[in-house]
Write a protein that binds this ligand. Structure first.
Ligand code: 1MF
Length: 189
């Protein structure tokens, strides 16, 4: 994955647990030879998975919680690290943004050819509910998607309820999330 992802993990860990804890995690992940991550360089996915695994052990937090927290963090991190306009161009509501995610990744992929973008396909069921089909070349990241959805909800001041209804790791063809959402200020039930 692009170094931007590893940089964001580092930033989140330093912010909430301090530099020393980050150094411990980096060492545990056997990445002590890396002085810093370069955002626009591609790194093996293993680097990211090892960081998450080491963070689990050092912080005694399960992987799914770290991934979920990271998903939320990704939205504020990228908004502040030069991708504010990219995010803004994807829409100004939760459903619109999700509908535009494949376009957003296509735009990034034009400039950065090593991107392996996931695909997010929406089935809008009825008012304020949808099924989201998530397909990725990578395994085990569905908790991060749940965090990303909560991060989007925060961004748009929307209440969201996410339930995973199909699980690739249990042999389903891909992950599917059932999403219900509601604008915070709206009165509809
Ligand atoms: O292949 C990749 O390296 C990769 C990296 C990040 C692919 C996707 C992503 C973003 N994605 C990560 C989780 C899914 C991974 C997977 O299933 O394979 C999050 C997608 C997302 C979902 C909901 C809401 C917002 C989301 O992301 C917005 C976004 C997506 C990509 C970028 C920024 C914001 C991005 C920008 C520049 C990149 C890489 C990704 O590369 C750089 C970095 C620095 C300098 C130049 C290029």
């Amino acid at each position: 994955m692009y170094g931007l992802v590893n940089k964001a993990i580092q930033d989140m860990i330093c912010k909430y647990h301090g530099e020393d804890t980050w150094e411990t995690i980096k060492q545990k992940a056997a990445l002590e030879d890396i002085d810093f991550f370069i955002g626009m360089d591609g790194y093996p996915d293993d680097v990211t998975y090892c960081l998450v695994e080491a963070a689990c052990e050092v912080l005694s937090i399960p992987a799914h919680e770290i991934l979920k927290a990271f998903g939320e963090y990704w939205l504020t991190y990228t908004a502040e690290e030069g991708y504010g306009e990219l995010l803004a161009s994807a829409g100004n509501s939760l459903p619109q943004f999700i509908d535009n995610l494949d376009n957003l990744h296509a735009r990034v992929g034009l400039s950065f050819s090593e991107l392996r973008p996931p695909s997010f396909e929406c089935e809008h069921n009825s008012d304020k509910s949808m099924d989201l089909h998530y397909q990725s070349t990578r395994q085990g990241l569905s908790p991060m998607v749940i965090g990303l959805l909560h991060g989007l909800a925060k961004r748009f001041d929307t209440k969201v309820d996410v339930t995973q209804i199909s699980f690739r790791e249990q042999g389903d063809p891909h992950d599917i999330f059932s999403i219900k959402y509601k604008d915070s200020q709206s009165d509809d039930k």
